[in-house]
Design a protein around this ligand. Sequence first.
Ligand code: HEM
Length: 476
Amino acid sequence: RSSDSEGCAPTVWSLIPWVGGALQYGKDSIRYLNQCRTHYGSAFKMVLAGRVITVICDTKGIDNIFRDRSKAFNTHLAHHQIAEAMGNVKRANDIVHIINDRLLPLVTRALSREGLDKIVPAFNEDIGRSIEAMARQVRNSPNGKAISLLPFVSESIYHAVSKAAFGPLFPFDTYDDFEACDADLVLLISRIPILSRNVLKAQGRYLHALMDYMRRGWSEGHLEGASAMISDLVSVLKDTDLDESDIAGTLFTIVWGMQANTMRIPYWILVFLLNDPAAAARVQEEVDREIRDNFGGDIKRFLATPYTALESHFPLVDSCVKEALRIGILQSALRQAHADTEIISETGRVRIRKGDIIMANISAFHMDPEVFEDPRTFRADRYLNDKKKIHLGFGGGSHLCKGRFLAMHVAKVFVVMCFKMFDMKLVDASGKSAIGNLPPPDTRRSISVLRPSSEVELFVHARIRGEKDGSLLFSS
Ligand code: HEM
């Protein structure tokens, strides 16, 4: 069915009207949205626990939402929900305006291409140290060593991004609580009393650690050791009448936006590449060639290169990052209308009333076989061969992700370093080859980039690539 002559998108039928599709959506959102699309067309309204959301699944309609010609949409609702759930912020209504009017312009500037030249050196240095630490472990085991892939990727990136943004005083031992909150974000949103107890404790500890960090680091109007971006953000927040816990909650919201997706993309890239030896060999060849020809074979020189000078290098790795963003992301762009308007979708005109919530179903676009040949397959060179091909992993329009350059850089440097330093094989817990073993995504716990299911633990069996290469990075 399509929108009627009045432009009303059809509403998905449900047995219990207020609950709507909440249970099916919570279980597997991609599947539920695909089922709705099959029955109702590419524009429909779904009800989730009392909220009516207009979902747009086709390219034309999604493009219309992002372009927002009548300037009728904002992202306040998404920011409100995350601040309330992740940061336990009490004054979320005020926070959304502070985020929108004061923090976003600051973040946009700091994370622009030029701005990144200030943040990236600290990230590169720290990620270099983490990989070096892994290289030491591997070197001490003559036949190499199996390393649990997910914590290796996530913890290294959590540490390096935090260090670059927040400086050395950041409470780095918060990783486990961060993971617990990200894994159970749905419980933080719903706050079901008994089920949410553990995650609420983790959240409480995290917020206390951030408050303590600010108390220790704040002096004479700036945060000691932090990047100018974070120091200025905290300064803006302290300039408001928010209390300490709401300031910490806003900071936690920012940490989450910065880290949660960023640490998953390199994990998926490694899993996909190590499952495809021919693609991995091409990446290996590119990494060796680029480091040899453009950085004199010196990993330290590669790590010391400014962001802007690195951007044009490693085009195949860049293509892998984009492909992982295409294949590994759920629908995630939410908008709310602050005026009556309409969306022109492939099914026709969809009328939108002031206050309506709209979701651009990014995953439907990414999996459209008319846009992407063989859409379910990871093709390392998909974006190498067709430079004009787009992905919507970072959303679109004026609300396009502000951290996209940083996120691309993090993934690129991590993957390049792994290929340069190690010979890697994908293995399972017993050490057997795990090629052909793609861990299923944990759809219940995924909000944006898919979280891998914890039931399938993958390891990389890593061996250092020749003493000469390895020794280049070792400081002792
Ligand atoms: C792989 C990593 C990342 C992914 C996949 C990602 C994805 C997204 C998506 C889909 C949106 C919503 C865009 C829309 O509604 O059209 C978004 C918004 C945003 N992202 Fe990211 N992001 C990533 C990393 C980062 C990082 C490192 C930062 C740094 C602080 C960041 C900061 C933001 C901000 C501030 C917004 C809000 C933009 C606005 O509402 O105007 N993101 N991101």
